[in-house]
Design a protein around this ligand. Sequence first.
Ligand code: F6P
Ligand code: MG
Length: 445
Amino acid sequence: VDKIAPKLNGNKEGTFAYTTVKDRWPKIVTKLVDLLKTGIKDIVTDIGEEADGDVRSILEVLSKLRYLIMTDKPLENLIDNADDAMMWNGMLQELREHDMQLEQETVTWYRADWLFVECYLYRYIYSAVYSTVKMREFDYFQTNKRDSFTDHIGQIEESCAYLLPIIAEDAPVHETFGLATMIKMSLWGNRADMSLTGGDNLTLEQSSMNASAQRDKFILVDNIHELTARVLFPLLKRRGEQPANRRIDIVLDNAGVELVGDLLLAEYFISMGFADQVHLHGKSFPWFVSDVTRGDFNWTLEQLQINGESCSKIAERLKQRIADGQIIFENHRFWTYPHAYCDMKTVCPDLYEELQTSSLAIFKGDLNYRKLVGDRDWDLDTSFNTALRGFEPCPVFALRTLKAETVAGLGKEVINELIRQYDEDNSWMTSGEYAVCQLGGAAPP
Ligand code: F6P
Ligand code: MG
């Protein structure tokens, strides 16, 4: 019987989780406070007089929040009336009852499971905004996300220009031409996430075509070949079948350059005949600083339209796909829940059943990976499927750069090499330098 590894926790000094609670979260909250203080005039001009009081009430919650984190206070119930508040408060209650039985207190900022409390942090911030009169729709991370697009415009243009001739009508037919490149572009786009830096864009260049080609040696597990042979080729063979039902899902992570890579991958899958439909899953409110919301999705398409010839051609195609129902954006609320994905079947059976109709679900980024493997301290050689703990609605493919101390499915040689290079030092797990492209989940039909 496989042992279940313990969950990561912010209480252990020296770990990245600990540094996150101690330094990264207060920094993220402080940045938000600064943003609201300096932006208050513009917000009032945009939204109207009431926004003044709204901003002040959000600021009050944020300074309280900083204090609650830094003094490791117990987690409070949410007091807004959004759809998911009951779920959160129910979970908090269960955790408290569990603590009572064990006569200990763990439902606090440092002591609760890291994944749970980090999701709670972003939900708590949203609660402050959701409870206002006029600012419910306000995206407080919007500037960061838009900057990530603008700062990478050179790379974005380059990526669009790469894809266009491959998907052109008269392109020579070569079924998997560009496939690995497109997948890796989408993968390395994940390095550009902003929550590591608390909202500062990382230095650029990391996902450009050239930079991406240089980074193969940092991919610790590369299952692109298995994905092609076992999932994508069989999908290609089923082209034209009725009912079509050749669907690929991409569970998105960050806006900006990463989202563009994912959109290009979606277009590639449809144009090359691997899928009839691609479902893109985003978040229903601002999440982990840079994650994609519907607003970011629409804004990105508009920006592509007005940024150079290759970008605007791609934008045209994408818009047509959306109009034809071939690319569909969804934002199920499970994606902003704190659960590991092995709990999806019981917590949100509707979403699980939906994914069961898919031929492949691609999970982007670090947080999705943490949820895939339950944010546990697995032995590095534990198989990916063991760590998924029964999450298998369809074949699952993770494209993730490592930014947290959890990973499974590494080979013996890779582990030995990491030990040789890093010894006891775990920094390779959190630097965003390394990546995995891992296939698991249900066996393809
Ligand atoms: O804070 C936890 C964490 O998983 C980080 O390690 C990472 O910076 C961030 O959240 C999100 O990364 P991603 O956007 O790749 O999910
Ligand atoms: Mg993210």
